[in-house]
Structure formats: C-alpha cells, structure tokens
Design a protein around this ligand. Structure first.
Ligand code: AMP
Length: 226
C-alpha cells in the first residue's frame, strides 16, 4: 500500500482521468485529489472561494493558479496524504507545475510520475456528453460506456446521478481550448524531465488500469513511501 511518488494525470476533459485516478488511488490506499471536485465542493457550500470560482468554471476557464495551489498545499499536508496521493486535473498550467515541484521538494516528496492520456475528439465528446456523477459519493458513470444498473441511481449508494453543469457542448469546447493552450505545454515540461508516459485512453477501462499499474511500477512509485 502507499505510493512512493505522486501520480499526475494529464489529458483533455473526458479522457478518463477521474475514473482512473479514483481506481489507482483505491488500489494503493491513498487519497484521490481532484481540484475540480474540490472546487465544485466550494461552489456547493457557497464559500468565498466557490463564489469566485463559479463563473470561471461555468465558462470552462481555469481558476487562478494561486487559488488552486493554496487548496493543494493544504490538502497534501493532511495526515491521510502521508502515504502518497494521486492528482486528477492538477497541475493545469506551467506555473502550477513549477510551484508543485517546489512544494514537493520542500516536503521531501519524490518527483511525480506523469501519465499523458491520448483520446480522439469523437470519444471525448461522447464521454463528456454521457458522463453522470453520483451526487453522494462522486462515483463516475457513463450512459454509453458504463451505465448504472438502475437508471439515474448510483450502484454503490443509490445516490442520484447528475450531469455536471460544464458538461455541455459549448462549455466543453472552451474547456478543450483551455486544455490545448494552457495544459499541453506541461507535456513537454514533464517529458524533458523523463517522468512522462503516454497511454491510449480510448482502450477499455480495465486495460487502461492495467497499463497504469505497470507505469507506476516501472517508475518505482509502488510500495510504501520510505
Ligand atoms: P475538472 O473537474 O478537472 O474538469 O475541472 C472543472 C473545472 O474546474 C475546470 O474547467 C476549471 O474551471 C476548474 N479547475 C479544475 N482544476 C483546475 C486547475 N488545476 N487549475 C485551474 N482551474 C481548475
């Protein structure tokens, strides 16, 4: 159990990052840290941070780096993150990646392992349009690829399945544009460091999970943190 190195998933919306990050985190018994989920929780609770983030998220724009970095630094210092963690949707910009490196060094945490998900645009559109999320536990479904047993209800806790407000065609276009402009440069950043592996995100969920376990092992990230 535990992860010796943090794992980062890069890829466009709908690539399967959330589903795979949850699976990988559960496999190694570490927290799954999704900045999107954290921000949506702030919006739901109506905090000041949530009120500022909401209009940006509604338009598919990124939230300012310092906001996201503050949330992440606070989160990784909690006791449950001592055995490692999986990032989902973070970092999204070069300054976020550079600042993350500083934070990890300061905390004596090893450099991250980065997985770059490739998925065709057709698949992305279908994944995003079909995505449903459990209102209670956050479990992710897809009406085409991974439907729940009972329509509109989570298999695990019976929670209502809802569609994210930013999962509509207009906003997805803007989210894809933000990805291409702001997140693509991270691929070069991490590739140059030798920490990046590519994965075909259009393979089946189980196949992607299998590849991810191999990548984690190859980079010496599996097992307890020393
Ligand atoms: P996600 O759930 O990862 O698709 O994120 C949903 C929305 O939250 C994004 O479209 C952004 O508006 C915001 N967001 C999530 N993570 C970040 C991040 N690392 N940096 C900036 N904005 C983010």
């Amino acid at each position: 159990m535990g992860l010796k190195r943090p794992v980062i998933f890069l890829g466009p919306p709908g690539a399967g990052k959330g589903t795979q990050a949850k699976r990988l985190a559960a496999r190694y018994g570490v927290p799954h840290l999704s900045t999107g989920d954290m921000l949506r929780e702030h919006v739901r609770q109506g905090t000041e941070l949530g009120r500022k983030a909401k209009p940006l998220m509604d338009h598919g724009d990124l939230v300012p780096d310092d906001v996201v970095l503050g949330m992440i630094e606070e989160r990784i210092t909690r006791p449950d993150a001592a055995g490692g963690f999986v990032f989902d949707g973070f970092p999204r910009t070069l300054p976020q990646a550079e600042k993350l490196d500083e934070i990890l060094k300061r905390r004596h945490v090893a450099a991250p392992v980065v997985v770059n998900f490739h998925v065709s645009n057709d698949t992305l559109v279908r994944r995003v349009a079909g995505r449903r999320v459990c209102k209670v536990g956050g479990e992710i479904y897809n009406v085409y690829e991974k439907p729940p047993k009972v329509d509109g209800r989570c298999d695990h806790d019976g929670g209502e399945l809802i569609q994210r407000s930013d999962d509509n065609a207009d906003v997805v276009r803007d989210r894809l544009a933000a990805f291409e402009k702001q997140t693509q440069p991270l691929i070069d950043y991490y590739r140059t460091q030798g920490n990046l592996d590519d994965v075909d995100g259009s393979s089946s969920m189980d196949e992607v999970s299998r590849l991810l376990t191999q990548i984690v092992a190859r980079h010496g990230a599996d097992g307890d943190r020393s």
